[in-house]
Design a protein around this ligand. Sequence first.
Ligand code: ASP
Length: 361
Amino acid sequence: MHICKKKCTFAAQNEFYAMNKVLLISTGGTITMVRDKVSGAFVPADMETFKAYLPELFEGEVKVDIEAFHPLFDSSDIGPEKWAQMAQMVFDRYEEYDGFVILHGTDTMSYSASALSFMLEGLNKPVVFTGSQLPVGVLRSDAKENLLTAIEIAAAKDEDGNAIVPEVTIFFEDRLFRANRTTKRNAEHFSAFNSYNYPALAKAGVHITYQPHLIHYSDPQKPLTLHTAYDPNVAVLKLFPGIRQPVVRAVLRTKGLKAVVLETFGAGNAPSDKWLYRELKAAVDRGIIIVNKTQCNTGSVEMGLYAVSLNLMKAGVLSGYDITTEALLTKMMYLLGEHGDDTATVKRLLMTDLCGEVTIA
Ligand code: ASP
């Protein structure tokens, strides 16, 4: 792949970066698909066919190696076990490569990418997720542009040889976002993702313009630590006007349940029914962690702003501030996996910004 060094803008005037080695990990998704000649349906292409659509990948200054999952997956079939496999692959090849690009279906990309941001503690190299809305085998596909730019970002370094964006990100269409701030927002448009509560880390046009003051840097003295333990005993409970007690009770009394994302209205509000308070309080007393996450995409939970959120506070529900559901859910699985039954530690870390996923007011 040929990349013009003049076309990367770092810190507004600094226009230098080195070209390096990137490992491309393919998990599947639309980006890897071509049309089956017999059925006409989109099916995952084998890696040789995929590479034939993108000869530019292997022609230039970035050395790109590929590793693919077998079989390739639609991202609806990707969950904690495969998050751990992806994180393990990055960890195992960490010293060999300057950056990593993960090809992934868009549907659950924000979950996987959020999970990896927690599993790869102390990351000092780029891990860029990308995919496409149209398969690589379609003429008008967004695959080539997304992938080539993701590779450029994964390889980008400053004049001191440090990665420009050493965190887990999603690149899509023309924006680079912190992964654990993203949500898939559109099932049709090329601009499939957004980061509602945190600005883009870079914008790609004729130049790639990075925003260094927004990027998360881990302590370079600390080694990368891999965390692959997870506990999926979590749930999302979305409140709605008219929700009935048996529904809430069924979720909160789920066997083995340890933590709940409570999706509330506006600034973190909920109906003031006494039964709701009693169910939540009883769950908290049983040791279940409940975190308040607003159903709004933009903005933060502010418990106590309205009288209708006071009951939640009294019941022991925690604030999720401006975190996404994807980040909160994966953070819960990760913390429960790491700290098991140490509820106090899990609660404390849920209320801590670990890698830029939340703005604690
Ligand atoms: N269903 C596909 C997936 O998430 C959609 C996509 O890749 O955009 O794997």
